[in-house]
Design a protein around this ligand. Structure first.
Ligand code: RFL
Ligand code: PHB
Length: 397
């Protein structure tokens, strides 16, 4: 039996777990991470790409932003398109210079993992947590299996950063929270392709065939998404069909989409999930373990990092200032931002996806919103400040 002692035991080496570990280290607080999957799997998992200003600032502040500064692509605006008509939202201009950076989630994960391991810190891959015990005492424990050997992390606190399918949320007493769910009747088919982006900034589009998004990863790699019906299968989508549909949905007069070899494609279901309590005794949930937003606002990873900020405030208060105030307020502080992001992600999803027959009442409401967006600086500003992410100070009311 392997016994590991540390101050904060972290389950999950995704963006939430890794950011938490680095930030605690910077504050002189020890932690150990265990991760269910292999390093290759975690670093190869294709997901997010949009980093808010807050997230970029935190990664830089931790001294981990070197490659992101070189390879990340900074954007000052975004295009929203409806029925083949495109509007530009210049979010930097509307928010006092706030920007977003396009840099793949798996690159963030690689940078944070490399630095952690190079510094000789502990991170166990293929080591799945199967039980969390004693979280209602001062000495909680994480029970895990590493290469067939049982192990226990004995710690002061457990941070469950183990994603939507992890054990953290399942361990919370069921009567300690209320949960909220929306399952959308559609999903996203996402591709990565070896082709220069056909746009300088992201394009989100409503089309009568459904939603499409043009994002990017580099000068030579594009990332694009299509709304597909729930239950659709990737085998139904040949590369030619994908490009045809993307061209159609993203198209506007005088603009065309370049296509190229697709090297990754998958379908992801879309859901919103929330629970209204992120703590049970000394067990804390952060990131996708606590909430899922549909990806239309690009918020999931950014929320995970924002949760971590509040958790770090809590642990620093506890270890350095002998105060449990921030830990006690963790749920409340984190939930303010999470609900804001839920609302924005739902707004973007329902504005831009095909939800009902083209021409229906729902469609007319979507179109009315888009027409208002075209003429109103105030409406554009609302979208802009939510899209780039509100500064942390905005939530201190
Ligand atoms: P993760 O990344 O899921 O990491 C959790 C980790 O925990 C491990 N784990 C366990 N480890 C040990 N023991 C166990 N029992 C365990 N159970 C699970 C898992 O293997 C995993 O490594 O959660 P985290 O850190 O909270 O990060 C959240 C983000 O990954 C997620 O919110 C984003 O990817 C969402 N998202 C986007 N977010 C953005 O901010 N901007 C975007 O542009 C954006 N685009 C997206 C997205 C998600 C997408 N998909 C695939 C859902 C685009 C897509 C298509
Ligand atoms: C991405 O680049 O993967 C991306 C960008 C914006 C989103 C979702 C995903 O809203």
């Amino acid at each position: 039996m392997k016994i590991i002692k540390t101050q904060v035991g972290i389950i999950g080496a995704g963006p939430a777990g890794l950011t938490l570990a680095h930030w605690l280290k910077q504050q002189g607080i020890s932690s150990v991470i265990i991760e269910l999957r292999s390093r290759e799997y975690v670093e190869g998992r294709v997901r997010a790409g949009l980093l808010e200003q807050n997230t970029v600032d935190i990664i830089n502040q931790l001294g981990l932003g070197g490659r992101m500064q070189k390879e990340g692509i900074v954007h000052d605006g975004v295009y929203l398109s409806f029925d083949q008509e495109r509007v530009h939202v210049p979010f930097a201009e509307l928010t006092g210079g706030r920007q977003i950076t396009i840099y793949g989630q798996q690159e963030v994960v690689k940078d944070l993992t490399d630095d952690w391991l190079e510094a000789g810190e502990q991170l166990y891959f293929e080591a799945g947590a199967h039980k969390i015990t004693d979280f209602d005492t001062d000495s909680p424990k994480i029970h895990f299996t590493d290469e067939g050997e049982e192990g226990i992390i004995e710690c002061d606190f457990v941070a469950a950063c183990d994603g939507f399918h992890g054990i953290g949320r399942k361990t919370m007493p069921q009567d300690s929270y209320r949960s909220y769910d929306i399952t959308y009747p559609f999903g996203w088919l996402g591709i990565l392709a070896h082709v220069a982006p056909s746009t300088d900034e992201l394009i989100y589009a409503y089309h009568e065939n459904g939603f499409a998004l043009h994002s990017l990863r580099s000068e030579k790699v594009s990332r694009l998404y299509l709304q597909v019906n729930d239950g659709d299968h990737i085998d139904n989508w040949s590369d030619d069909r994908i490009w045809e549909e993307l061209s159609l949905r993203l198209g506007t007069e005088g603009w065309s989409l370049e296509s190229g070899p697709i090297f990754d494609k998958s379908i992801t279901p879309m859901r919103s999930h929330m629970i209204d309590n992120l703590r049970a005794g000394r067990l804390f949930l952060a990131g996708d373990a606590a909430h899922i937003v549909p990806p239309t606002g690009g918020k999931g990873l950014n929320l995970a990092v924002a949760d971590v900020k509040h958790l770090v405030d809590g642990f620093v208060g506890y270890y350095k200032n002998n105060s449990t105030e921030f830990l006690e307020n963790y749920t409340e502080l984190a939930l303010r931002r999470i609900w804001r992001a839920q609302d924005f992600s739902n707004f973007m999803t329902t504005l831009l996806h095909k939800q009902d027959e083209h021409g229906s009442f729902t469609y007319k409401l979507q179109k009315a919103k888009f027409n208002y967006l075209k003429m109103s600086k105030a409406y554009k500003t609302t979208i802009a400040e939510n899209y780039v992410g509100l500064p942390f100070e905005s939530y201190e009311f």
